[in-house]
Design a protein around this ligand. Structure first.
Ligand SMILES: [Zn+2]
Length: 193
């Protein structure tokens, strides 16, 4: 098991459509272990393989809230097979879009079909934060980020800020300055996936 680095937008790998997994084998289970370890360390409540540069249709989730407790959930080749007409709005964040948050509207309930850790086909009815998180992670497998669901004005502002932060970091590293400590904010408690 290893903690891996998480790709950040704008990175072309985050914009790529990932390929379906043929079998849940030991190699894939090793990737799953890395994904869980990386997600818990971040910390986040969900992670998709392409966020680690692995362009495979694999996601992990673990939500531990008062209303939703899932435990560790792994899904290969997840697909939404049912979605409610009713929508829900959640403030979303993403480990690949660090320190930015925005309200996103999605179907309030979805049913997802996937292969579990043993390669068995399963279906899970999701609502609340779990429904949002599953849809957010499946989006990653299609090269979609939560900022694609918000206004282009806000999306471009976030992308510009991410690029600026990256340039500053690269400049500091070139000058041999230690990495600036991330500012602690109340937002760190918000869900990132
Ligand atoms: Zn994300």
């Amino acid at each position: 098991m290893a903690i891996r680095s998480i790709l950040e937008a704008p990175d072309p790998r985050l914009r790529t459509i990932s390929t379906a997994v043929e079998a849940v084998d030991d190699e894939l289970r090793a990737l799953i272990a890395d994904m869980f370890e990386t997600m818990y360390e971040a910390p986040g409540i969900g992670l998709a393989a392409p966020q680690l540069g692995e362009l495979k249709r694999v996601i992990v989730l673990d939500i531990d809230r008062e209303d939703v407790k899932t435990g560790p959930l792994f899904m290969a080749n997840p697909e939404i097979v049912e979605a409610s007409d009713e929508d829900a709005t959640y403030e979303e964040g993403c480990l690949s879009v660090p320190e930015h948050y925005s309200d996103v509207v999605r179907p309030a309930k979805v049913t997802v079909r996937y292969l579990d850790r043993d390669g068995e086909t399963k279906e899970l009815a999701c609502e609340g934060l779990l429904a949002t998180c599953v849809q957010h992670e499946i989006d990653h497998l299609d090269g979609i980020l939560f900022i694609d669901h918000i206004s282009s004005l806000k999306r471009n502002m976030i992308l510009r800020k991410l690029l600026k932060a990256r340039k500053e970091k690269e400049r500091d590293e070139a000058e041999g300055k230690p990495a600036a400590k991330l500012k602690m904010t109340a937002k760190e408690e918000a869900a990132e996936a």
